[in-house]
Design a protein around this ligand. Structure first.
Ligand code: IMP
Length: 431
């Protein structure tokens, strides 16, 4: 059994898509298991750029079973656009399947997310405004619609009779926003049923059981990052799902005993979009330099990302809560032209000098914490064509070795550029 999960081990945007795309070549089954169209996964193949929000990037390979699991929330219009764009570019989607248990993002979820973000400045999370929080809230509150509900108009009617009066009251009285008639939502649901039909996987239990029995190689594709986890991230500045490795099991319907490896993808530095604490954030010219060279602007929203030095304290925490067995380091080439690099090895409380080697999960403390750095020499050369560890300059190897030591798990993949080819794979989990 070689089943492998790829998760982001920072605040998202670590370059997971490139790593999943690379590993997908060796996998038989690829499963996206949480999040929604808040994700933006960019893959570059032969200088062609593909941007995915909901669909597993594994669809770029032929004959792989690509599955969108029950843990996801699906905005039908985004799904439609993404499938149409891919089909237009000649990508065969016949192996793409979606769980009937995935939850639908309805129009009012997006309205509410947008209003929350514009009006309540004090509580602003900096969301992607894709309706993620409101959709997951309804799912957990049992006011959501699953894709399977679209195919039985009688039960859909009953469900909407239970959901809409309450939802409309909230929209009108709390949000002072547009309400939705049952006919309007029913009409949309009829359209959604058509959109999902070609991809609906009613026999997913059988398909995934067979994959396990036949010892197929399963790749679980995470979205966002561990520090955005609803339970373990910097709450409330988080997304509304669980990007930790364990969610691969709950979100896909395949139990944790079928998972062998969990790869934590980390940039050689850190970025974050939206609000929330970020102890190693650089608000100076070094942060600007990283943003410019690294092209650090959101795939989904275009927002400039906040940039900072690598944080080993945070990474060790991600190893624990994310169940990481190894790291994939991306974007190390962004440092080609840096004289020196820093890595945060501990936090210091500005009030009393107390040192923290373990990540404090109480974010109310974070405003008092400052990073303690260790400094490394840069390599001042272009490493974007390196094919092996030996091709990297000594200073780059020293930097990576130190990250391994500080984080406590091995680095198995090093990405030195956006293209598939620009990757040093020290060990492939599927081989
Ligand atoms: P939401 O997921 O749209 O509700 O946004 C909640 C927080 O997660 C915000 O800070 C977003 O910027 C962040 N976020 C959501 N998806 C991603 C992602 O794919 N990459 C990076 N940040 C994300």
């Amino acid at each position: 059994m070689k089943n492998t999960v790829v998760v982001g081990a920072q605040w998202g945007d670590e370059g997971k898509a490139k790593i999943t795309d690379l590993l997908a070549e060796y996998a038989d089954v690829i499963i996206r298991y949480q999040g929604g169209c808040n994700a933006g996964h960019t893959v570059v193949v032969n200088n062609e750029t593909y941007k995915f929000h909901l669909i597993p990037s594994g669809v770029l390979y032929k004959n792989k079973f690509c599955f969108i699991g029950a843990g996801t929330v699906i905005h039908p219009e985004t799904f439609l656009k993404e499938t149409q764009d891919l089909i237009q570019r000649g990508v065969d989607l016949s192996s793409l399947k979606i769980s009937p248990l995935a939850t639908i993002t309805l129009p009012y979820h997006i309205d509410i997310d947008g209003i929350n973000e514009t009006n309540s400045n004090k509580n602003k999370i900096g969301t992607t405004k894709k309706g993620i929080g409101p959709t997951y809230s309804d799912k957990i509150g049992r006011y959501g619609l699953k894709i399977q509900d679209l195919y039985d108009e009688e039960s859909l009617n009953t469900r909407l009779d239970a959901i809409l009066p309450l939802k409309n009251k909230i929209l009108e009285k709390v949000y002072n926003s547009k309400t939705y008639s049952k006919e309007e939502i029913l009409e949309r649901c009829r359209e959604y049923a058509i959109i999902f039909k070609p991809y609906l996987c009613t026999d997913w239990v059988q398909k995934l059981s067979n994959a396990i029995k036949e010892d197929k190689k399963i790749l679980f594709e995470g979205a966002q990052g561990i520090m955005l986890d609803i339970d373990y991230g910097t709450y409330p500045y988080v997304t509304s799902s669980n990007p930790i490795g364990g969610a691969a099991a709950t979100g896909s319907g395949i139990g944790p005993t079928h998972i062998k490896n969990i790869i934590g993808v980390t940039k050689a530095y850190i970025t974050r979009v939206g609000e929330g604490p970020f102890i190693t954030e650089l608000t100076d010219s070094i942060g600007d330099k990283i943003r410019t060279i690294g092209g650090e602007y959101g795939t989904t929203t275009g927002r400039p990302r906040r940039c900072g030095w690598f944080d080993a304290v945070l990474s060790r925490y991600c190893v624990l809560v994310g169940g990481l067995t190894q790291m994939a380091i991306t974007k190390i080439d962004v440092f080609n032209d840096f004289d020196e690099l820093k890595v945060c090895i501990a936090y210091k409380d500005k009030r009393n000098g107390k040192l923290y080697n373990d990540y404090p999960t109480n974010i109310n403390l974070h405003k008092y914490l400052e990073p303690v750095y260790e400094t490394f020499k840069g390599w001042n050369s272009d490493i974007s064509n390196a094919k092996s560890l030996e091709d990297l300059p000594l200073n780059a190897r020293t930097y990576l070795k130190k990250l391994e030591e500080l984080v406590g798990i091995p680095i198995k993949i090093i990405s030195v550029g956006a293209d598939r080819e620009q990757t040093i794979i020290l060990e492939n989990p599927f081989k």
